[in-house]
Design a protein around this ligand. Structure first.
Ligand SMILES: Cc1cc2nc3c(=O)[nH]c(=O)nc-3n(C[C@H](O)[C@H](O)[C@H](O)COP(=O)(O)O)c2cc1C
Length: 211
């Protein structure tokens, strides 16, 4: 095997090192987080660090970069306590990637990139109309990660919106390949997905069983 050591990657050019390290943890979901600021300006951002924390209560986390690098989403979530997570499909990938640009907080990023805001009555958080799977979170906890000044932002699931043309399977599974939700690798590569197989719950005394 080719072996890499800390001394080696510390000697690399910073973008080469970032691409290498960012790809290492593998494919991730990539979603748009929708928020609104205290002045009422909507904000949209690309986030690939979403992580399932628990099913009951349903808790979902994401890692926010240090405030200087990504200030708006975190500030807006703190200001009004609600945010949306919207799956991305290939039909609006260009527009979605563009939300990662550093716009100022007076810019409505929906209008700027050409996506459509959608609201639930009384909820101060914009959904992306074009997205076939989206959900609303309420802020529960922000855990500062002192090692590198990032934050684990944890929200509780409040609403799920799914395009009626797409249904969960009989056992509740969301076959995201069939609705074309994309995933990402590193900070600039996006992929469609295809299912290999689903498996029954693994038990020590049973051979793997395909569903
Ligand atoms: C593919 C991709 C994934 C990203 N994932 C994250 C992430 O998980 N956390 C984060 O803080 N920023 C992430 N970013 C950067 C944000 O999209 C960017 O900082 C954006 O402008 C959000 O900033 P804001 O919160 O100030 O609006 C990602 C960018 C790209 C292109």
């Amino acid at each position: 095997m080719q072996q890499f050591t800390p001394a080696e990657w510390q000697s690399w050019e910073r973008f080469y090192r970032a691409n290498f390290i960012n790809s290492l943890t593998g494919f991730k979901s990539a979603s748009l987080i929708g928020t609104i600021n205290a002045q009422g300006v909507p904000n949209l951002g690309m986030f690939s660090s979403l992580v399932h924390i628990g099913s009951d209560p349903a808790l979902i986390g994401y890692i926010n970069r240090p405030v200087a690098a990504a200030p708006h989403t975190l500030a807006n979530i703190k200001a009004n306590g609600f945010y949306t997570v919207n799956h991305i499909h290939a039909s609006f990938l260009d527009k979605s990637h563009q939300t990662s640009a550093k716009y100022t907080d007076e810019v409505n990023e929906f209008t700027e990139v050409g996506l459509t805001e959608e609201y639930l009555d009384g909820i101060p958080a914009p959904f992306v109309k074009e997205s076939a799977i989206k959900y609303l979170l309420s802020l529960k906890e922000i855990v500062p990660i002192t090692l590198n000044a990032t934050f684990l932002v944890i929200g509780q699931l409040e609403q799920v919106l799914i395009d009626p043309s797409f249904q969960p399977t009989a056992d509740g599974f969301l076959a995201l390949d069939q609705v074309g939700s994309i995933c990402s690798n590193g900070l600039d590569a996006y992929y469609n997905t295809s299912l290999i197989d689903r498996y029954a719950y693994a038990k020590p005394d049973k051979a793997p069983e395909k569903l």
